[in-house]
Design a protein around this ligand. Structure first.
Ligand code: ADP
Ligand code: MG
Ligand code: MG
Length: 250
């Protein structure tokens, strides 16, 4: 489904990604762990098509299509979704309006018609109840005044509504208490399917007890330096990243 080959990316002349190779098949859940500043968020932004990043080498294929030639909205239309580490606030746009616009834009891009308002409302109500997103949060401007946890739950609501083929979750667990973590994980797990893949970026092994990965990768200094099964996350939790950073373990 996703094939990243020898990907190099820079921001303002700083080399951040230095040769990423990653293949994710349909239905697989991959986790990326790694110390702060490794380039995890940069990889997620490059996948989503955020400006500011210059791709200097390599390619990204999504179901055989060249992602790097697509605009962000085209990437969304083919089924890429990024739940951001720091969700953006949009003061002028009600959350509900944003959700409806995003969903309908995608449906139209795929040649499906817009969803009728009552059908949309029904769907949002169902999903928001499961994710503990209140009616008030739906009426408010997107993410404005939302707590960290509310922003993360709202990202998962967007994801559940858009039903992407590849879900990228960038530190969706950070700032969540244990109850919110359970709600978010349940929401993500409800989306698991043989046709859908997930790329879960996290600092903490804890999340991976809830969202169990098929493959765990360690990223350090813009490269994937080790890959393994879910036990690798447990080892990292125990030993830290010293093996990769060359620093003595604490
Ligand atoms: P992670 O998500 O693994 O913590 P990031 O992808 O956020 O890492 O950052 C990787 C590196 O790139 C860091 O050293 C960070 O300072 C640098 N970086 C990220 N964005 C920018 C930017 N816009 N300008 C300059 N440096 C950046
Ligand atoms: Mg970070
Ligand atoms: Mg990050």
């Amino acid at each position: 489904m996703l094939e990243i080959k020898n990907l190099h990316a820079e921001v303002e002349g700083n080399k951040i990604l230095r040769g990423i190779d990653l293949t994710i098949n349909a239905g697989e859940i991959h986790a990326i762990m790694g110390p702060n500043g490794s380039g995890k968020s940069t990889l997620s932004y490059v996948l989503a098509g955020k400006d500011d990043y210059e791709i200097t080498e390599g390619e990204i294929l999504f179901n055989g299509e060249n992602v790097l030639e697509m605009e962000p909205h085209e990437r969304a239309a083919v089924g890429l979704f990024l739940a951001m580490q720091y969700p953006i606030e949009i003061p002028g746009v009600a959350n509900m309006t944003f959700l409806k616009t995003a969903l309908n834009a995608q449906r139209v891009a795929r040649g499906e018609g817009e969803l009728k308002t009552p059908d949309f409302m029904k769907k949002v109500k169902e999903l928001s109840a499961k994710l503990n997103v209140t009616q008030e949060m739906l009426r408010r401007p997107l993410n404005v005044g939302f707590s960290g946890g509310e922003k993360k739950r709202n990202e998962i609501l967007q994801m559940a509504l858009l039903e992407p083929k590849l879900c990228i979750l960038d530190e969706t667990d950070s700032g969540l208490d244990i109850d919110a973590l359970r709600i978010v994980s349940d929401g993500v797990n409800a989306l698991k399917s043989p046709e859908r893949s997930m790329l879960v970026i996290t600092h903490y092994q804890r999340l991976l007890n809830y969202i169990v990965p098929d493959v765990v990768h360690v990223m350090y200094q813009g490269k994937i330096v080790k890959s393994g099964d879910k036990d690798l996350a447990l080892q990292l939790e125990e030993k830290g990243y010293a093996e990769f950073t060359g620093e003595a373990a604490a």
